[in-house]
Design a protein around this ligand. Structure first.
Ligand code: KG4
Ligand code: ZN
Length: 352
């Protein structure tokens, strides 16, 4: 089985071809056209600029993905496009292109949930059975989920305000480090003293698995105001303090989720991290130590498969196709599309 994946939900135009290899997948091509330079002057993603850039680059990117995989459209089995959640302009561009190609070539079409694609991306890279515990941390989402099967997700906790990636992006902006903030903070933090600036650890000790990051931004703003002129030393120390505060918070919430997961799924053997923030080296180290301590295996896709890409969209489409799911061509893209639909928007899981 071979699937073409299309990703246009935010500021990355991406196309990829993925083949089924039984217990995992094989990436035949995986191309990303980042729009960073277009959005950088604004310090964040501008939806209309993103949609126009997707429109301008997607057809060539798909043609190149097919060329690199040495395949024609006739040789693939299905087209999968991210259909939400995300910025609607980009989603319309990607799904319309995907549907048109599927229709013209007589192939199946799959409307993929972008969050589900992040959640399943680990199975593209490694033979991992359900259930597993997942920390999904990206620019738009911070969630702890139990993944019990394709389409079977239970949310244990979520962010009450900013996502972890947003916390990196907004505090990086306060430090004048540019966009995207996560990689910029990680770079700036090298050699910095993470204990120099004590920053809050929101939600620490609460008997649930939810996150909150907006207080961190306020605390960083205060430090920046108080310290005065910033030298390289201050920048490194504050970047390191921010990284530590975010990583420690994520790890503490995850530790709590592990206890819930173990109780519900004693057979589960893995802790997985995915989404752009999971590309962070110190978060990976911290989670891997936590997993080891809890008797779980730690898995995370390679950093370039943690940030937005189309290989994960193709793979999620492939997982669904294997189970016999296909979507009709009149399916509409959705700006909001929770993974655990049917549940109320926010559900607090509290430890007994
Ligand atoms: O998954 P992703 O590429 O897009 C969304 O679906 O949101 O995640 C983007 C987020 C951004 O907030 C970015 O700052 C963050 O992931 N990020 C990182 C790192 N690389 C990307 N955060 C911390 N450390 C990194 N190395
Ligand atoms: Zn994403």
């Amino acid at each position: 089985m071979i699937v073409l994946g299309i990703e246009t939900s935010c500021d990355e135009t991406a196309a990829a071809i993925v083949a089924d290899e039984g217990s995992r997948g094989r990436i035949l091509s995986n191309l990303v056209l980042a729009q960073l330079d277009l959005h950088r002057p604004y310090g964040g993603v501008v939806p209309e600029i993103a949609a126009r850039a997707h429109l301008g680059g997607l057809d060539r990117l798909i043609a190149q993905a097919l060329r690199e995989a040495r395949l024609s459209l006739a040789e693939i089995d299905a087209v999968a496009a991210a259909a939400g959640p995300g910025l609607i302009g980009g989603l319309v561009v990607g799904t319309t292109m995907g549907k048109a190609l599927a229709w013209a070539a007589g192939k199946a079409f799959l409307a993929v949930n972008h969050l589900e694609a992040h959640a399943l991306s680990v199975r593209l890279c490694a033979a991992l059975d359900f259930p597993y515990l997942l920390l999904l941390v990206s620019g738009g989402h911070s969630q702890l989920l139990i993944c019990a099967g394709v389409g079977r997700y239970t949310r244990l906790g979520t962010t009450l305000d900013d996502a972890a990636g947003e916390a990196f992006d907004k505090t990086a902006k306060l430090l004048g480090l540019g966009y995207p903030g996560g990689p910029a903070i990680e770079r700036a933090a090298r050699g910095g003293d993470p204990r120099r600036f004590p920053l809050p650890r929101p939600m620490r000790g609460r008997p649930c698995c939810d996150f909150s990051f907006s207080g961190l931004k306020t605390a960083v703003r205060e430090v920046v105001g108080k310290v005065g002129p910033f030298g390289a030393r201050e920048e490194a120390d504050l970047a390191a303090s921010i990284e530590l505060a975010i990583c420690e918070t994520l790890a503490e919430r995850t530790e709590r989720a592990i206890r819930l997961f173990r109780r519900r799924h004693p057979e589960g053997r893995a802790l997985v991290a995915c989404g752009g923030v999971a590309a962070n080296g110190s978060l990976r180290l911290r989670l891997s130590a936590l997993a080891l301590h809890s008797g779980l295996e730690f898995l995370a896709p390679a950093p370039d498969l943690c940030t937005d890409n189309a290989a994960m969209i193709a793979w999620a489409g492939l997982e669904r196709l294997r189970l016999g799911f296909v979507d009709a061509l009149d399916i509409a893209p959705r700006p909001r599309w929770p993974l655990d639909e049917g549940l109320p928007e926010r559900r607090h899981e509290v430890e007994a």
